[in-house]
Design a protein around this ligand. Structure first.
Ligand code: RB5
Length: 152
């Protein structure tokens, strides 16, 4: 699996741990920045880069990080085909893959610790989409994208 990783300055504190977790899982990491917490940068830029990598098929999955995980998830979710979930606990990490087939997750550097981020990434990565009625709901999300001109 190839996984895109992106963060702003607020999420940078998690990036190293997340990359380590992904490598422990055997994934190939594509690091799209940013590359330091000292300079204030804009999360939409990094959300977009990671989301484009996933939507284009260059990467299978993506993990994005900002202060809360919220802003960067909103940006990533503007890209057609991306389902990016903010995750703050183990249950959310598991269920967003099983039910939402989340191809990206967003984590908050001011919300969780790097060690907890590693745990959440591993749970999400290893969980399996259940399909069935959940596929129908994913298809309905795609229909909403199509209604507003966001096509896969
Ligand atoms: C940056 O200060 C902060 O707003 C950003 O990291 C994120 O939390 C936005 O949702």
């Amino acid at each position: 699996m190839k996984v895109a990783v992106g963060a702003d300055h607020g999420g940078y504190v998690l990036k190293e741990a997340v990359e380590a977790a992904l490598k422990e899982l055997g994934a190939e990491v594509v690091d799209l920045g940013c590359f330091g917490a000292e300079v204030s940068v804009d999360y939409p830029e990094y959300g977009l880069k990671a989301a484009q990598a996933v939507a284009s098929g260059q990467c299978d999955l993506g993990v994005v990080m900002c202060g809360t995980g919220i802003g960067i998830s909103i940006a990533a979710n503007k890209v057609p085909g991306v389902r990016c979930a903010v995750v703050t606990n183990e249950f959310m990490a598991e269920m967003t893959k099983r039910h939402n087939d989340a191809n990206m997750i967003a984590l908050g550097g001011r919300v969780i610790t790097p060690e907890y981020a590693k745990e959440l990434v591993k749970i999400w990565y290893n969980a399996q989409f259940e399909g069935g009625r959940h596929q129908r709901r994913i298809d309905q999300i795609s229909d909403i994208e199509a209604m507003y001109g966001k096509h896969d």
